[in-house]
Design a protein around this ligand. Structure first.
Ligand code: ADP
Ligand code: MG
Length: 380
């Protein structure tokens, strides 16, 4: 790709020297942390660890307990039970300003009457950092976020994305060991949001501060995170890499919350594999016992379509129910001839023969049993 003109290159990676005095790396541990309001559980007992320099995202729908976790870590809300540790030190009872954490809020929370530099330097002033050092660190932080020429501007003179970058610089300048970010990009329009995602990821790679990032946006979580904590109703559903969360869900919620999926009821077979409505399939069952009721999930893009099937290969004879052209991909809904009540969603690369398909046409649906994920039908 050609280099962008200088003035457009707002996402340029910071010089390595800049990053040295910004941020720190902390190891965060939540040990059976919970929060109740009266009889209501905002967060059920939750344990997980975030490694030094890791980018972990807490993902879940509105009301699932994401902000509660962040506020508990930051010290803005008191735990009902459990312990929070950073680098092995128990911080559960420390006030927010004595925790090695900083928070970037969704609404930026900038001081309107202070310049960008004044906002970034505020925390250093409160901490009584010597003026010369404070000025140097503010400059470094503004440079890190690509705003070195905007230090004297006030928030009202900056775009949403620029204000968000001031908020980020303000949090990093105090060298937190863990940076907490609560839906920091949700106020931005789609284009700016994508740019800021790339930017955040780049900054995090550069300074390697431990990030705990909250979002309800599945794609954002998948593209940014080293690992994702999926939450629902105050409970952790699964903690894993984006790939595993997407292709190896362990609960019904995870399988259906992130993008389109095909879910079938199944029963574990004697000697391995699963009986599905489309027939027996030799997929992994992770030591589950014969007769166990499971769900089997397969992503639409892991099912292929073919007009004919080669000898020796297996495919399910289906009829096309619906076709939706979506640019590079085409979405096709098919119904197995042996099980017309079942509908499978298939996403295939667009192409001539797919374009020519019409509702009612006969096709074979093909898949690799290894692409089927099996998990229990009873909640853990
Ligand atoms: N101060 C509070 N008093 C009572 N209930 C609260 C309070 N804060 C949060 N909750 C409840 O806790 C649950 C989780 O909220 P929250 O962590 O803000 O969710 P999220 O950030 O995932 O949208 C919600 O049901 C919410 O109503
Ligand atoms: Mg929230």
């Amino acid at each position: 790709m050609d280099a962008l003109p200088e003035h457009m290159n707002i996402m340029a990676a910071p010089e390595p020297a800049v990053a040295e005095s910004l941020g720190g790396q902390g190891h965060l541990e939540l040990d059976q942390v919970s929060k109740s309001y009266g009889h209501e559980h905002a967060l059920l007992p939750t344990s997980f660890q975030v490694r030094n320099g890791e980018f972990v995202t807490i993902l879940g729908p509105s009301g699932s307990g994401k902000t509660t976790i962040l506020r508990l870590i930051g010290g803005f809300t008191q735990t009902s039970s459990g312990r929070i540790l950073v680098d092995g030190k128990d911080i559960t009872r420390l006030p927010p300003n004595r925790r090695p954490c900083n928070t970037v809020f969704q609404d930026y929370a900038l001081f309107p009457h202070k310049s960008a530099a004044g906002n970034v330097g505020y925390g250093l002033m409160v901490r009584k950092v010597a003026k010369a050092e404070a000025l140097r660190r503010v400059d470094e932080a503004l440079q890190l976020v690509g705003l070195e020429t905007m230090g004297q501007k006030f928030p009202s003179q900056l775009s949403g994305g620029q204000q968000q970058r001031v908020a980020l610089a303000r949090s990093l300048v105090c060298q937190p060991r863990v940076l907490l970010l609560d839906e920091p990009l949700s106020a931005l329009d789609a284009d700016m949001r994508r740019q800021m995602q790339q930017f955040l990821k780049r900054v995090q790679r550069e300074i390697q501060t431990t990030f705990v990032f909250v979002t309800h946006d599945q794609e954002e979580a998948i593209s940014l995170s080293d690992r994702i904590v999926v939450m629902s109703k105050g409970k952790v559903e699964q903690i894993a890499s984006p790939y595993e969360i997407y292709y190896r869900p362990e609960t019904h919620f995870v399988a259906t919350f992130l993008g389109d999926n095909n879910l079938m009821d199944g029963t574990v077979r004697d000697g391995g594999g699963v009986d599905l409505p489309i027939g027996p399939v030799a997929c992994a069952t992770d030591g589950r016992g014969k007769g166990e009721k499971v769900y089997a999930a397969i992503r639409p893009e892991r099912i292929g379509l073919a007009r004919t099937i080669e000898a020796g290969k297996t495919g399910i004879e289906c009829s096309v129910a619906e076709i939706g052209f979506a640019g590079a991909m085409t979405t096709v809904r098919v119904r197995p001839n042996s099980m017309p009540d079942l509908s499978l969603l298939v996403k295939v690369t667009s192409g001539r023969w797919i374009e020519d398909l019409t509702a009612g046409a006969s096709v074979f649906a093909t898949f690799d049993p290894a692409d089927i994920s099996v998990f229990s039908r009873t909640a853990p």
